[in-house]
Design a protein around this ligand. Structure first.
Ligand SMILES: [Zn+2]
Length: 299
């Protein structure tokens, strides 16, 4: 057995917010906000945050995280390591994941969502085995959560109405059974924030969630579900999703843009850190209503 905060959150009827840190100075204010609210959260970093932003490497994020340790409140998660990345390039994902495990990451994600189903299952199975051998949980993704790719997104309303790319219930059932993954990132109308240069500072569109579809996935599966692209989704959808199986929500754009905007206007990292602190506190306490969850998740 191993500590699984997201499973604990599901059992307690709550959720774990997971904050992405594309800039290393964002770690401190996020940790400070979580501890102050006596909440429980994950600090996470995705491969594209080392390659396209300034998080530098999984090792650099782990070192920064180590400076602000608060193990009852925050753990370190490796977000998206894609098998095929947003630029259609193959990634040596096993090397990245092995490295993160050796650096002390406390959970890991493999993203094979751009692969055909069987190949996604094979990759997820490999990573679940690696993670479990290290006594940590593993996340995988099934369905198409767009947004990271370069170029314009298809019209959102069309995407939502057609349900194109949504995680299929039959596939999810098979995925859960054959991979042994602990958490599943699902596509239910959510989208990632744009990261391409020239688009990353734009306001994110307010994505909706197909809550009936989420309920069907939740009814069919036993594992906690993960909501990626958590920034900009109207609050009533998010709160309802927590009642329908979502037990981890990823937040990237919302705190990244707070950091970038204040850094750009003031030139001061400390001012940008304060903006991240305030935004994180507001998100946890007021928007997601996840203050005071520590004892439920990490008793
Ligand atoms: Zn994501």
């Amino acid at each position: 057995m191993y500590f699984d905060p997201v499973k604990n959150a599901l059992a307690a009827g709550t959720a774990v917010p997971a904050f992405n840190v594309p800039y290393l100075p964002m770690v401190e204010p996020v940790v400070r906000a979580v501890v102050e609210l006596d909440s429980f959260a994950l600090i996470e970093t995705a491969r594209l945050e080392w390659t396209k932003f300034e998080a530098r490497s999984a090792a650099a994020v782990a070192a920064e995280f180590g400076r602000f340790r608060a193990p009852d409140h925050v753990r370190l998660h490796l977000d998206h390591v894609p098998v095929i990345d947003e630029d259609d390039m193959r990634v040596d994902y096993l090397a990245d994941i092995r490295e993160a495990i050796s650096l002390g990451y406390q959970s890991v994600m493999v993203d094979g969502s751009r692969l055909p189903l069987q190949e996604n299952i094979t990759a997820a199975r490999q990573v679940a085995d690696l993670a479990h051998a290290a006594a940590i949980p593993c996340e995988a993704e099934l369905g198409a959560i767009l947004g990271h790719e370069a170029g314009p997104l298809p019209p959102y309303e069309e995407l939502f109405a057609s349900g194109k790319g949504f995680t299929r219930v039959d596939e999810a059932r098979r995925f859960e059974r054959e991979t042994g993954c602990d958490w599943l990132s699902v596509a239910i109308g959510n989208i990632h924030g744009a990261i391409a240069a020239g688009a990353r500072d734009k306001k994110k569109i307010a994505a909706r969630l197909d809550l009936d579809h989420l309920q069907r996935l939740h009814d069919a599966l036993g594992i906690p579900l993960v909501l990626h692209g958590g920034s900009g989704i109207p609050r009533e959808y998010v709160l309802e999703s927590f009642k329908r199986g979502i037990a981890k929500i990823n937040i990237a754009t919302e705190i990244r843009q707070a950091y970038e905007q204040v850094l750009q206007s003031t030139g001061q990292i400390t001012a940008a850190q304060e903006a991240v602190y305030e935004r994180t506190k507001w998100l946890i306490k007021d928007y997601f209503e996840l203050g005071g969850t520590r004892l439920l998740i990490c008793p």
